[in-house]
Design a protein around this ligand. Structure first.
Ligand code: SF4
Length: 250
């Protein structure tokens, strides 16, 4: 009996997994790409080229109407299950702010508050980020705020490489849709993911880097500033450079 049951259970699991995959691929507009062995930037790690390819497919269709821009990316994302974090999140945190913002802040991943509310940077670190934005002479609604990962890693553990690879195409699509003049990467993971560098954030910050033609300033994460208030001076230096770049029209 058991010898017959095991293959049947395996087959049912395979069918279930295949059905989920087809649903997700359909939502992302890449029907059955995996059957051709293209795979995309999946949880086992993907290349930038793969990520770019998947990002290019993130155009949403709702009831037959094609949505463009950020709305299209959000619609295409749907109830994303591209990595295991979908199983532990409470809410997916897509991002919020001005869909045509000049300045985009990119953090690491949602924390407990963000996971509960479905909004980025709403905890203590988020309140500090809001004060930084206001000190720059802007309102929070004028900029766009998002994270590398859209779902909270359990217990706020560090993002895993496979999760970053699975989620990065979504961020690329967001940035493409917004078309910002400047990007500010908040903290080590955002800077490392966007710049494909492993240099310490203390080395990367303080100067602009090139992100596909967009000036990118890495700086310390607001959560780091809560633990190390002395670093606020460096962050202020970094955001002043951003302000100058925005004012100069460069
Ligand atoms: S972290 Fe990103 S890739 Fe993973 S389930 Fe959430 S939205 Fe999808």
């Amino acid at each position: 009996m058991h010898a017959e049951k095991a293959p049947r259970t395996e087959l049912l699991a395979l069918v279930r997994s295949l059905r989920e995959r087809v649903t997700v691929d359909g939502e992302l507009g890449r029907p059955l790409a995996f059957l051709a062995g293209t795979g995309g930037a999946e949880a086992d790690g993907g290349t930038t080229e793969q990520a770019d390819g998947v990002a290019a497919s993130l155009t949403g269709t709702v009831f037959g109407a094609t949505l463009s821009g950020l709305e299209g990316v959000r619609a295409a994302l749907g109830d994303c299950r591209r990595c295991a974090l979908h199983g532990t999140r409470r809410r997916l945190v897509f991002g919020e702010g001005n869909p045509a913002a000049d300045l985009v802040f990119v953090g690491e991943a949602p924390g407990a508050d963000e996971d509960a509310q479905g909004r980025p940077f709403v905890g203590r670190a988020g309140q500090l980020l809001t004060r930084i934005i206001e000190a720059m002479g802007m309102k929070r609604e004028e900029v766009y705020i998002c994270n590398i990962l859209k779902c909270r890693p359990p217990g706020n553990r560090n993002p895993e490489p496979g999760e970053i690879a699975a989620c990065e195409p979504i961020l690329i699509s967001q940035i493409e849709a917004i078309g910002p003049r400047v990007i500010c990467a908040l903290g080590t993971f955002a800077a490392h993911t966007l710049l494909k560098s492993e240099a310490p954030i203390s080395v990367l910050r303080g100067r602009f880097h090139d992100y596909h033609g967009i000036p990118l300033m890495p700086t310390y994460h607001p959560a780091f500033l809560l633990r190390n208030p002395g670093a606020k001076k460096q962050v202020w230096t970094d955001v002043q450079m951003i302000m100058k770049r925005l004012q100069d029209g460069g």
